[in-house]
Design a protein around this ligand. Structure first.
Ligand code: GLN
Length: 238
């Protein structure tokens, strides 16, 4: 039997703008190319969390999608927090990135409590941030993606930025931070979706998940030719 990882995909019906679900497909496919299997468990409103989750992935959404899922997400906050503290790798994009912080004020002024796994908060910015982004990171090279958000996110002292903005706005258009990380939990504004264009980052999430589940693993190198083309098509520099 092939060795299998369980990927938890959070609220894909509401939180899937710009094809963020592609992140799940990339994780699955890159696992399969290495001889593993992925069991993708989609979490919908009102459902219970599965056991033995190896990777957590969530995407972006409109304000109304965030308002719709927030009470259900709060219901799972203790379990998700325990998973994060236990080192389960997590990738949250845009709308769910914001909701993994302490609080979020959406554009009509409604304030939503987040689940506080990442030390950050989000307020409406004077101007929407839209366009291609590249952000330099210490561990995954330059991440490229596309942002479209009204919220401006400020990191607290317990969140490290995921990267430094080289082009685009990132968290707030002011301090040049992009995204956040704490242990193996990563948040970012980058859509695209992100992982097809940033395979080193995808493999980092996979490696952490495999090593937690199976101990030391060797990840075979894969060609990045298609990913390089995808990166080139949407990057720009200041
Ligand atoms: N509604 C949020 C904002 O505009 C998140 C948008 C998104 O996920 N793309 O800030």
């Amino acid at each position: 039997m092939k060795r299998t990882l369980t990927i938890l995909s959070l609220y894909p019906s509401q939180m899937n703008v710009y094809g963020d679900r592609g992140n799940v497909l990339v994780l699955r496919r890159r696992l399969e190319w290495r001889g593993y299997r992925a069991n993708v468990h989609e979490l919908h409103l009102g459902e219970t969390l599965p056991r033995d989750v190896d990777l957590v992935v969530g995407g972006g959404g409109q304000d109304r999608g965030q308002v719709a899922i927030q009470p259900d997400l709060l219901r799972h906050r203790h379990d998700l927090r325990a998973m994060a503290e236990d080192g389960t790798p997590m990738l949250l994009v845009c709308g769910l990135y914001q909701l993994f912080g302490h609080s979020l004020q959406v554009t009509d002024g409604t304030r939503l409590a987040g689940i506080g796994i990442l030390d950050l908060e989000t307020q409406p910015a004077p101007q929407r941030s839209i366009g291609n982004v590249s952000a330099d990171t210490s561990d995954f090279g330059t991440l490229v993606g596309y942002e479209n958000h009204a919220g401006a996110t400020t990191l607290g002292p317990e969140a490290q930025p995921l990267g430094t903005v080289a082009a685009g706005q990132g968290n707030n258009g002011k301090d040049r931070t992009e995204g956040a990380r704490r242990s193996a939990t990563f948040g970012t504004y980058l859509h695209g979706p992100l992982l097809p264009r940033n395979p080193l980052f995808a493999d980092h999430l996979i490696r952490v998940a495999l090593e937690r589940r199976f101990g030391h693993v060797e990840l075979a190198d894969l060609s990045h030719a298609a990913e390089q083309l995808a990166r080139a098509s949407g990057s720009r520099r200041r």
